[in-house]
Design a protein around this ligand. Structure first.
Ligand code: HEM
Length: 451
C-alpha cells in the first residue's frame, strides 16, 4: 500500500519563527527588487522566509505557488484572526503593518461574508462601468477633462516645452480629483489623505495614527452622503446595502481609496515609464492604438501591487520546499512571480505573441480586483496615459531609469517622481478657465509639498 502524504508538518520540518531570516525591505530592495527576488529564489526555491519590519513572513515567489495561494480560498484565509503569531500575542505591539490589517473590510473577509460585501461594491460601481449610463459618461468625460486641465496648467506655468514631474504635476492630482468625484467628497477631503494612505501601506512609524485619520475622514464622508445623497459611489453603496453603518462604509471607502488613488496612480506612472524608457513591446502596442495591451505589458513588467496582501494558512501544507504551518503568514508576490513569466520569454507562455493576460497585476482568485473596478482602473489609466501622448509631441526622461527614486514598501512599488523634458503639440489644451486653474494649482502645490 502506498504511504499517504502527511497532513501535518513533520516535527523536524523548519518552523517559520525559528528560521533565520533576512530583512526584505533593504536599500538593495528599494533599488532593485528583482535582484532580491532572484537571490531568494536561488537560496530557498519558490517560497522563502523573509523578515518584514522585524516579523517573519513566507514570501511566495513562484508563479505556480502564487496562483495556488490566490485561488485556494479554503486553504489560504484572508481574515487576520487566522494569524497564529497575532493570536498568541507574539507581534511587536507597534508593528506598523498591523494597523491596516485590523481594518475589517471586504479584502480581509472570507467566503460568504466576503461575497456579500463584494456584491455590494459591484452593484454600487456598476453605474460607472460603461459609457452608456449618465454616471459612466460623466465620469469618463471628467477624467479626460481633468487630464486636459492638468496639461493646460503645465503649459500655462512652464510653457509649451520644458520640464515636468508627471507624478506631482499630473498623475497624483489627477487621481485625487477622480477620487473626489467618484466618492462624492469635497476636494478638501483629499489633501492629507494621500499621505496617510502611503503611511499605512508602507508601514511608516506613524502608520497607526495615519490609518485612524484616514478612517475617520471616510466615516465622515459616509455620514455626509447619508444625509445628502448624490450620484456617487458612497451614496450608491448605501443604496446597495442600506444596512451599512457609517463606520462599515467608511472602512470600505478607505480600502477602495487605496486602490483608486494610490494603486491606479502607480499604474499610470509605471505605464508612462515603460513607454518612456523605450520598452519596445509597450511602445509598439501604444502606437498600434492598443492602450489596454500597453497597460497589461506595463503590469507584467512592474505590477503596482508588487506583493499582495497577506494570507494565512488554514491547515499545515507543503508549499515550495517548505512546510507552512496552520496560522502561518504568507505574502504572494506578483512581482516575483512575473519573473517566471518573463524569464520564459522563449517558452510558449510569454512569447511576443502571447497574451499578457497571464499577469497577476489584478490579483487572482476570489479576491482579485472586482470586474467593475478593473474596468474603471483601466479606463483611468488608458485615459491618463493616452492624454499625455495625445498632447505631447515629445517626452523624454531626465534621469536614467536606474536612478529614478521608487517608493518600495511591503506592498506597493511606485515612482516617487517621473521627471521628463516635454514638448507639447500645437493643439494641446492651453486654457482651462481660471476656476479650474485655481483648483488645479492648489492641488499641484499640495502634491509638490507632500510628494
Ligand atoms: C489599475 C488599477 C488597479 C490595479 C492594478 C488593481 C489591483 C488589484 C489587486 C492586485 C488586487 C488583489 C489584491 C490581493 O489579492 O491582495 C485588487 C483587489 C481589489 N481592488 Fe483593485 N486594482 C486597481 C484598481 C481598482 C479600483 C479603481 C478600485 C475601486 C474603485 C479597486 C478596488 C479593489 C478592491 C475593493 C479589491 C479587493 C477585492 C477583494 O478582496 O475581494 N481596484 N486590486
Amino acid at each position: 500500500m502506498e504511504a499517504q502524504p502527511p497532513t501535518t508538518a513533520p516535527a523536524d520540518s523548519p518552523d517559520l519563527a525559528s528560521l533565520p531570516v533576512q530583512p526584505l525591505l533593504t536599500a538593495e530592495f528599494d533599488a532593485d527588487p528583482g535582484a532580491v527576488y532572484r537571490r531568494l529564489r536561488r537560496t530557498y526555491g519558490p517560497v522563502a522566509p523573509v523578515g518584514l519590519l522585524g516579523v517573519p513572513v513566507w514570501l511566495v515567489l513562484g508563479y505556480r505557488e502564487v496562483l495556488e495561494v490566490l485561488r485556494n480560498e479554503g486553504q489560504w484565509r484572508r481574515d487576520v484572526r487566522y494569524w497564529r503569531a497575532r493570536a498568541q500575542g507574539r507581534l511587536p505591539a507597534d508593528w506598523p503593518l498591523l494597523a491596516g490589517y485590523e481594518v475589517r473590510q471586504t479584502m480581509f473577509m472570507d467566503e460568504e461574508e466576503h461575497q456579500t460585501a463584494r456584491r455590494t461594491l459591484h452593484t454600487a460601481l456598476r453605474p460607472f462601468q460603461d459609457a452608456e449610463t449618465p454616471e459612466g459618461w460623466e465620469l469618463r468625460s471628467a477624467v479626460s477633462r481633468y487630464a486636459d486641465d492638468l496639461v493646460a496648467l503645465l503649459a500655462a506655468e512652464s510653457g509649451p516645452s520644458g520640464f515636468a514631474d508627471l507624478g506631482a504635476q499630473y498623475t497624483r492630482p489627477l487621481l485625487l480629483l477622480v477620487t473626489a468625484k467618484l466618492f462624492g467628497c469635497p476636494v478638501g477631503l483629499g489633501d492629507a489623505l494621500v499621505m496617510d494612505l502611503w503611511r499605512m501601506l508602507d508601514g511608516g512609524p506613524d502608520a497607526g495614527p495615519a490609518t485612524a485619520r484616514a478612517l475617520a475622514a471616510f466615516t465622515r464622508l459616509a455620514t455626509h452622503r447619508r444625509a445628502l445623497p448624490g450620484d456617487d459611489l458612497t451614496s450608491y453603496m448605501l443604496l446597495a446595502d442600506p444596512g451599512l453603518t457609517d463606520e462599515q462604509l467608511g472602512r470600505e471607502l478607505f480600502m477602495n481609496a487605496v486602490y483608486l488613488n494610490d494603486i491606479t496612480g502607480n499604474m499610470v506612472l509605471n505605464t508612462l515609464l515603460e513607454v518612456l524608457r523605450g520598452n519596445a513591446t509597450v511602445r509598439r502596442s501604444l502606437s498600434a492604438g492598443q492602450l489596454g495591451e500597453t497597460v497589461d505589458r506595463a503590469a507584467l513588467a512592474n505590477p503596482p501591487v508588487a506583493n499582495m496582501c497577506f494570507r494565512f494558512a488554514a491547515r499545515d501544507v507543503r508549499l515550495g520546499d517548505f512546510w507552512i504551518r496552520r496560522g502561518d503568514i504568507v505574502s504572494p508576490s506578483a512581482a516575483a512571480a512575473h519573473q517566471d513569466l518573463l524569464a520564459i520569454g522563449s517558452s510558449p507562455l510569454v512569447g511576443s505573441a502571447v497574451s499578457t493576460h497571464a499577469h497577476l497585476g489584478w490579483g487572482g482568485g476570489p479576491h482579485q480586483c472586482p470586474g467593475a473596478a478593473r474596468e474603471l482602473g483601466t479606463l483611468i489609466v488608458t485615459t491618463a496615459v493616452g492624454r499625455i501622448f495625445d498632447h505631447f509631441a515629445g517626452a523624454e526622461l531626465t534621469l536614467p531609469p536606474d536612478q529614478l527614486p521608487w517608493r518600495s514598501g511591503p506592498v506597493v512599488r511606485g515612482l516617487r517622481v517621473l521627471p521628463v523634458r516635454y514638448e507639447l503639440t500645437p493643439a494641446a489644451p492651453v486654457n482651462s478657465g481660471s476656476q479650474a486653474k485655481g483648483l488645479l494649482a492648489a492641488l499641484r502645490r499640495l502634491m509638490l509639498r507632500t510628494g
